[in-house]
Design a protein around this ligand. Structure first.
Ligand code: GLN
Length: 546
């Protein structure tokens, strides 16, 4: 029978519930168990696809085209649990399905209510992931205990243990133990209150994971255990990791979290083997090079907006034995201050995806700088479209060339709306989304990175490369090196007389893992390392010590 782990959060938001859930998933998988991961988000949007990255960070896209919460990115980076549209539910999605059923007459004669109809719907979404070949389902509840909107979810997970038996459910609560400088003490009261609130609802957490900036002493652990009604060994410390998030599972193991879960749920698990993860941390700590990569986007100040891109750069750093220092450059700052001032000295430039006109010209300037100076360049989605616009304007002499997303009546619409998008007006799940096959030409650098002609990558866009310009661009040196299998949609373009200039219409950042960096990110960082090594004024660490 499938066992269920529920992860809730208390005291404050942004405690890293996603990361902790993903780490738990990784540890259980490592012990030979089959795991499924799921996030329940209390907001009313049907999915995060219509939200600004300022609100909600990046929208993470799955193979099946669902637009999901960025925590699912952590799940995919830490585990091999297959994710689908059943892996992320919001209040909006739950209500939408209940309301559709109500209109179909599924509840004829009844008053449709939060309890039991909404809670039943939530429970059925959790049960969907359970099956004969799944040992554990980990369900993370978004938000913080005490929020009005998360109550139906907490009520549903409370009922869940009544339905399937308390021995089959485990409640993990993640809290914060703040350190008060004035008192020189770690404070446990907020955690006591948070657990108090959970117990009021009828949930007694089995395990408390305590985020803290300082190690918890025996006394603090005993106090938390007593006031929160858990055994002292179930008070697990999760100290802040200022070095790397990939250390989180290792530190949870130090506090025996995996053993505790296996014991409490009566799981038949194998031995832990963390060799690969320890090696990864070792590589991170002992790089041969240090390089700097500029990510030029419009949400530069927002850490979560390009989450998967930053992670993928780290992964490629690990595979290339390099520390990647990311410079988050605001594209509007490039417009104001000029590319030279902000980008001179970087070893690689990446322009990520995005929507809307703001900051576009700064991105185009950044592409130009990379092209003209021979700096490794990686364009992703909108970044690829900007690369095409820049090439049209500055190499082909097409003044005012643009994407019709930004300039409807441009004389040179080098990027234009996809045919399939022309009649779509609704927003939310209506873009070209999810995994699509791409065929690579064997002459390109992209092929060199992947080592195969057929690839599948995830998409999220409405606009595309305008094929009318294909021949002209090729003649001038911008080559199409990847297309949809029928050749109709351009997926990859490259400059040949440049050390490394690859731009893709899809989002490779959604398929990179710390233990298996994405081939294009690997190639990009490899080129950046090579550039750095070439420059006498900025020699690599190995050369310094040689
Ligand atoms: N706004 C562009 C489009 O819709 C690019 C999208 C993206 O970067 N994800 O095609």
């Amino acid at each position: 029978m499938t066992k269920h782990i529920f992860v809730t959060g208390g005291v404050v938001s942004s405690l890293g519930k996603g990361l902790t859930s993903a780490s738990i998933g990784m540890l259980l998988e490592n012990r030979g168990l089959s795991v499924r991961m799921q996030k329940l988000d209390p907001y009313i949007n049907v999915d995060p696809g219509t939200m600004s990255p300022y609100q909600h960070g990046e929208v993470y896209v799955l193979d099946d085209g669902s637009e999901t919460d960025l925590d699912l990115g952590h799940y995919e980076r830490f585990t091999n649990s297959p994710l689908t549209r059943d892996s992320n539910y919001t209040t909006g999605k739950i209500y939408q399905s209940v309301i559709v059923k109500e209109r179909q007459g599924a509840y004829l004669g009844q008053t449709v209510q939060v309890i039991p109809h909404i809670t039943n719907e939530i429970k059925s979404c959790i049960s969907k992931l359970a099956s004969d070949d799944v040992d554990v389902v980990i369900t993370e509840i978004g938000g913080t205990v005490g929020d009005i909107e998360s109550q139906p979810f907490l009520e549903a997970i409370r009922q869940f243990s009544l339905d399937i038996g308390s021995e089959n459910c485990l409640y993990i609560h993640l809290t914060l133990i703040p350190y008060l400088k004035a008192a020189a003490e770690l404070k446990t009261k907020p955690t006591q209150h948070s657990v108090g609130q959970l117990r009021e609802i009828g949930i007694q957490p089995d395990i408390l994971i305590c985020r803290t900036e300082r190690s918890l002493g025996k006394e603090e652990c005993a106090k938390i255990a007593l006031f929160c009604n858990v055994p002292v060994e179930a008070v697990i410390e999760e100290k802040d990791k200022d070095f790397s998030i990939y250390e989180v599972p290792l530190s949870l193991v130090e506090h025996k979290l995996d053993q505790l879960i296996v014991k409490k749920l009566g799981l038949r698990a194998g031995e832990l083997d963390l060799t690969i993860w320890r090696d990864l941390i070792h590589r991170l700590r002992n790089p041969d090079y240090e390089i700097s990569i500029a990510v030029v986007g419009k949400y530069a100040e927002h850490r979560d907006a390009y989450k998967s891109i930053y992670e993928s750069l780290d992964h490629a750093g690990i595979s290339n034995k390099a520390t990647v220092r990311v410079q988050r450059i605001h594209s509007e700052a490039v417009e104001r201050e000029g590319a030279e001032r902000l980008l001179a000295g970087v070893d690689g430039i990446l322009v990520p995806g995005g929507f809307g006109e703001r900051g576009i010209e700064g991105k185009v300037d950044a592409v130009r700088f990379a092209r003209e100076r021979g700096i490794p360049f990686f364009g992703i989605c909108l970044g690829m479209q900007c690369a095409v616009v820049e090439f049209a304007r500055n190499v082909c002499g097409m003044d005012n060339a643009n994407s019709t997303e930004f300039f409807k009546d441009t004389p040179h619409p080098v990027i234009c709306l996809l045919d399939e998008q022309k009649r779509i007006t609704d927003k939310g799940g209506t873009m070209r989304l999810g995994a699509q096959p791409t065929r690579l030409s064997t002459t390109g650098k992209a092929f060199g990175c992947y080592g195969t002609e057929s690839i599948s990558e995830r998409h999220r866009h409405r606009y595309e490369f305008n094929n009318e310009y294909r021949d002209l661009f090729t003649e001038k040196g911008l080559h199409v090196t990847g297309t949809s299998p029928d050749g109709a949609l351009v997926e990859v373009v490259e400059l040949t007389d440049h050390p490394w200039f690859v731009a893709v219409q899809y989002h490779p950042e959604f398929k990179s893992q710390p233990t298996k960096s994405h081939p294009l990110f690997h190639g990009f960082i490899q080129a950046a390392v090579a550039r750095r090594a070439e420059r006498p004024e900025r020699i690599s660490k190995t050369e310094e010590t040689a």
